[in-house]
Design a protein around this ligand. Structure first.
Ligand code: GRF
Length: 191
């Protein structure tokens, strides 16, 4: 049984999809802890599923590195086989990536290497792209630059706003993420 620690910053809708998938007895992975860099709304999904949560408030630390050290301490307590970034809006410090790589995967709401970074959806719209996508990658010490594990195109529709486009991308992200986690858990996909 692959154990997962999931890190979030926001509403955690992608986390919820993973929690729901993992609650099926035949799913080969389970979430053992959910962490956040702030008092994220998404932590409520973990609480609803009875999954322990932890918060390492980014604003409480003098540097990214100091924040990362505490985050690593919290993660180590759970000894997860895989760390899933699902809406974590922080770059992990190099030391944290080095400590767990390549056992960290991330979902991104664009067709990488197109539109990396914190505003992938907004950037695709601003570029006038007719299609964008969703990607699941291995986290390296760059910005959304790690090996691509799965990705799929999503159409940009006339009149799309950042919100409507993002809500169309997220279900694709969730499906790709759940499939990648399952393939890692069954050994089909080796990081
Ligand atoms: C997802 O699109 C994720 O890829 C991006 O932020 C969004 C998080 O959405 N980094 P949610 O918090 O899972 O609803």
């Amino acid at each position: 049984m692959l154990t997962l620690a999931v890190l979030i910053s926001g509403t955690g809708s992608n986390l919820r999809a993973l929690l729901e998938a993992a609650s099926h007895p035949d799913f080969p992975a389970r979430v053992v802890a959910v962490g956040a860099d702030r008092d994220a709304d998404g932590l409520a999904h973990a609480e609803e599923f009875g999954i322990p949560t932890f918060t390492v408030p980014y604003s409480a630390y003098p540097t990214r590195e100091a924040w990362g050290e505490e985050l690593a301490e919290q993660l180590d307590a759970w000894q997860p086989d895989l760390i899933v970034l699902s809406g974590l809006m922080r770059l992990l410090p190099a030391a944290v990536v080095a400590r767990y790589a390549p056992r960290i995967v991330n979902t991104h709401p664009a067709y990488l290497p197109e539109f990396p970074g914190a505003h992938g959806v907004r950037d695709a719209l601003a570029a006038g792209a007719e299609q964008t996508g969703a990607s699941v990658i291995v986290v390296d010490d760059g910005v959304d630059s790690g090996p691509i594990l799965a990705q799929e195109r999503v159409a940009v529709l006339p009149g799309d706003t950042e919100a409507t486009l993002h809500e169309r991308i997220k279900p694709v992200e969730r499906r790709l993420l759940i499939d990648v986690v399952e393939r890692i858990a069954t050994g089909d996909l080796v990081l």
